[in-house]
Ligand binder design. Structure first.
Ligand code: NCD
Ligand code: ZN
Ligand code: ZN
Length: 467
């Protein structure tokens, strides 16, 4: 098998050097990076090209370690009309992601070693991104009996993150046992915090607007009370707890309190909860129907501030593809969820960078470094430096463009951003030393699969030599 070509990136600015909020991206000194095999092998100024180098002129671009999504729904096995591992990882690569954690609400559910190994293998074969399966906490997501957590952790997929996402682990005893179990191998429980009794039949955020529209409400307390309970269980067990898609100002206060107490808790926010509000539900357009629901303007403000304060650790997409027929119907009958991989970075630029809430260096932490740490992702670069794995993304921060159907690379098109003017563009995505996005275009399926095999084979050789 022939090795992947070397890449020389010329004149790129590193996000890690842009540590000031609100600073012009031009304030960092451009450097060159040479990628060879699956590594960054050189970093410096004025590196000389070698004859077979692919040269990327990166003037004006900003480099981040590859984005990592801790919360993606890839839908395979079982819902391949909505998304597959291949289509979902194409969307991921287009969005600048080099690794994604795949949620467990597939059919069959990812609750056995066999299913998680299958999902991981599909990701390896496609080559667009590293796929790390998330294991279900309870069998069949039924909330009644713990799944084979140990078997999934010890399987080839080495699962570290467990979640019943889509459903809440509501039984406090099961939650306690799950926390105790994952603690033995430093795993983490990612909770979808939604009290099912307080949200029966809920269709949108509960408040004046839900009364006005005549839709059943999803009260903030249904999220906040579960987070508060789980914080106490995490403290009691000494285990790691992660909160999925935080959506209310009250949840922020609970997490802030928990962190001040030293509880091992981390929290994520989605791009859509950082920009959209419940007012959009007035349209009865089901593209805006999502779980947890879009909240109030005050919540959006509190979530942005919580990101700036470090109370919220990461941005995760909750990419939730659904077919048209599940969205082009009455509000009550429509499915919850929106796609988000391709739009995540533009929304983060609009809501966090351009508003001066975070620096580029902090954005790299939010979208790459912290999610990798929380998920226990092996082989992820900790910096863009010689010797590090070559998972990186080059972003063009200048200008805006209209987000449209051609920007969506997955099988489903339930994006709330279609027709919106968004900043930033993913110019190049490099995974394990090969291009998955080249000059703004996704690299084709066969080329990526072959490059993935070459990188995998080379890694096999490296491991044998080291052993
Ligand atoms: N976010 C959603 O509205 N839907 C998710 C489930 C989930 O993340 O809770 C889905 O699987 O469709
Ligand atoms: Zn969820
Ligand atoms: Zn989800």
């Amino acid at each position: 098998m022939t090795a992947n070509p070397s890449i020389l990136i010329r004149g790129v600015r590193l996000a890690s050097e842009l540590t000031e909020r609100g600073a012009d991206s031009a304030s960092a000194t451009p450097v060159d990076l040479r990628v060879s095999g699956d590594r960054i092998v050189e970093r410096g100024v004025g590196l000389t090209a070698q004859s077979d180098d692919r040269i990327i002129d990166a003037a004006g671009l900003i480099a981040l370690t590859g984005l990592v999504d801790l919360h993606t729904h890839l839908r395979e096995p079982g819902f391949e009309q909505s998304e597959t591992v291949l289509s979902g990882t194409r969307a991921a690569a287009a969005g600048g992601f080099t690794s994604v954690f795949a949620m467990a609400n597939t059919l069959p559910v990812q609750d056995t070693a066999g299913v998680v190994e299958q999902v991981q293998a599909l990701g390896d074969a496609a080559g667009y991104a590293t796929v790390r399966p998330i294991g279900a906490v309870t069998e069949d997501l039924a909330g009644e009996k713990l799944s084979e957590i140990g078997a999934m952790a010890q399987s080839r997929a080495q699962v570290r993150v467990f979640s019943d996402d889509g459903k809440c682990v509501h039984d406090p005893l099961l939650m306690r046992r799950a926390l105790e179990y994952v603690k033995t191998f430093n795993g983490v429980i990612a909770q979808h915090a939604q009290d099912p009794r307080l949200t029966e039949g809920a269709q949108m955020n509960e408040g004046a607007l839900s009364s006005e529209l005549g839709l059943k409400g999803w009260p903030a307390v249904a999220e906040e009370s579960i987070i508060a309970r789980d914080v106490l269980l995490a403290e009691h067990t000494g285990a790691r707890l992660h909160i999925c898609h935080l959506s209310t100002a009250g949840s922020v206060e609970v997490v802030r309190w928990a962190k001040a107490r030293g509880v091992q808790i981390t929290a994520e926010v989605t791009p859509h909860h950082l920009i959209l509000t419940e007012e959009l539900v007035r349209s009865y357009d089901a593209r805006y129907k999502v779980n947890p629901p879009l909240r109030r303007e005050e919540d959006v403000r509190a979530l942005r501030q919580a990101v700036a304060d470090g109370v919220i650790d990461i941005i995760a997409t909750d990419h939730a593809p659904h077919p048209l027929e599940a969205k082009e119907c009455e509000w009550d009958a429509a499915a919850f969820g929106m796609v988000g991989l391709e739009s995540a970075l533009p929304i983060a630029l609009a809501t966090l960078i351009q508003e001066g809430h975070v620096s580029w260096a902090e954005l790299e932490t939010l979208l790459s470094q912290r999610p990798a740490q929380i998920g226990g992702l092996a082989g992820h670069p900790t910096a863009l430096d010689a010797g590090q794995p070559a998972d990186l993304v080059l972003v063009d921060p200048s200008g805006t463009s209209t987000f449209d159907l051609s920007d969506l690379k997955g099988l489903s098109v339930n994006s709330p951003y279609l027709g919106m003017e968004l900043p930033g563009r993913i110019a190049f995505t490099i995974r394990r030393g090969y291009l998955t996005v080249d000059a703004g275009e996704l690299v084709d399926v066969d080329t990526v699969a072959a490059a993935g095999r070459a990188a995998g084979a080379q890694q096999g050789v490296a491991t044998e030599v080291a052993a």
